[in-house]
Design a binder for this molecule. Structure first.
Ligand code: AMP
Length: 286
């Protein structure tokens, strides 16, 4: 199966090829054709399955296919975390790089001014976390009356993180007539309730979870005294030619210390934990 066979248009095919995608993942194969047809989709899929492209590519193509005047928000993607929101908007920018559509992302923990600035210039596709969307909508800085497509991403995590009430409130702001693409890895009763109230005759697509890390990661245990732990770590990173590593520590102070000691040993390292601002976390991840 190729992306072209799924009915995607040349500018998107070109962008996907530039991303290095050779063939569609199972969720993309199943979800893209009905989403392109304007159907509601209920996707049972985790992060890592390629679900972002499964909804982003058809959204880009549908919005590009029908021009509208002005630049109202025509697609809204609601996702539980800031990091996911950023990744999703980057995906829209990547897959849509040959199309004249504009996307933006809004989330809390950072100043709202630059986000408001972008909204004022007009965006076709908005990616948002529930809290900041509610704030800006409450300030009348967001108009959702022209919305055509709504994506609810990671619905079960919205529930886990206590956002389900916010999500229900937001649903009340959306036009009744719209296409909805709904993704959740699991379907607890509250999520099922949302599905029943929101989706109209949806196409149901499910894919197996990506293999769990424990199946594909080789694990090793080293007994080492406290004072030598970071030295051993630096040694292993060098010896094994590790390009990227994630190190977990018990405390925030420990995270800072390990990052500092690695840096002293000449290994680029940064710490993230609950005392770091969103900006500092993003810088560390970058
Ligand atoms: P997601 O589940 O949407 O977070 O995607 C997981 C990762 O897979 C991301 O890094 C994507 O860039 C990548 N990806 C998505 N679809 C494909 C594809 N068809 N071929 C190769 N990589 C892909």
């Amino acid at each position: 199966m190729t992306f072209a066979q799924l009915g995607l248009c040349p500018p998107i095919l070109k962008a996907l090829a530039e991303e290095g995608y050779e063939s569609p993942s199972p969720i993309q194969e199943k979800a893209i054709p009905p989403a392109l047809d304007g159907r509601d989709v209920l996707g049972c899929a985790q992060t890592g399955t390629g679900k972002t492209c499964a909804f982003a590519a058809p959204i880009l193509q549908r919005l590009d296919g029908e021009k509208v005047s002005g630049r109202p928000i025509r697609a809204l993607v609601l996702t539980p975390t800031r990091e996911l929101a950023l990744q999703i908007q980057e995906s829209f920018a990547a897959y849509g790089r040959h199309l004249p559509l504009r996307s933006a992302v809004i989330f809390g923990g950072v100043g709202q001014a630059p986000q408001v600035e972008q909204l004022k210039k007009g965006v076709d596709i908005l990616v948002a976390t529930p809290g900041r969307l509610g704030d800006l909508y409450g300030q009348k800085l967001i108009d959702l009356s022209k919305l055509e497509i709504f994506v609810l991403d990671e619905a079960d995590r919205m529930l886990d993180m206590g956002f389900i009430h916010d999500v229900r409130r937001i649903l009340g702001w959306l036009p009744r007539q719209k296409q909805t693409l709904f993704f959740s890895a699991t379907m607890p009763p509250e999520v099922r309730g949302l599905v029943d109230g929101l989706l109209v005759n949806p196409v149901k697509v499910a894919v197996n979870p990506v293999s769990s890390p424990v199946e594909i990661i080789e694990q090793k245990l080293y007994y080492v005294d406290r004072g030598n732990k970071t030295k051993l770590l630096a040694h292993l990173i060098r010896e094994l030619d590790v390009k990227n590593a994630l190190v977990f520590t018990r405390t925030k102070h420990g995270a800072n210390k390990v990052a500092g000691d690695l840096a002293k040993a000449g290994i680029t390292a940064a710490a993230i934990h609950g005392n770091k601002s969103q900006t500092a976390r993003q810088q560390a991840l970058a």
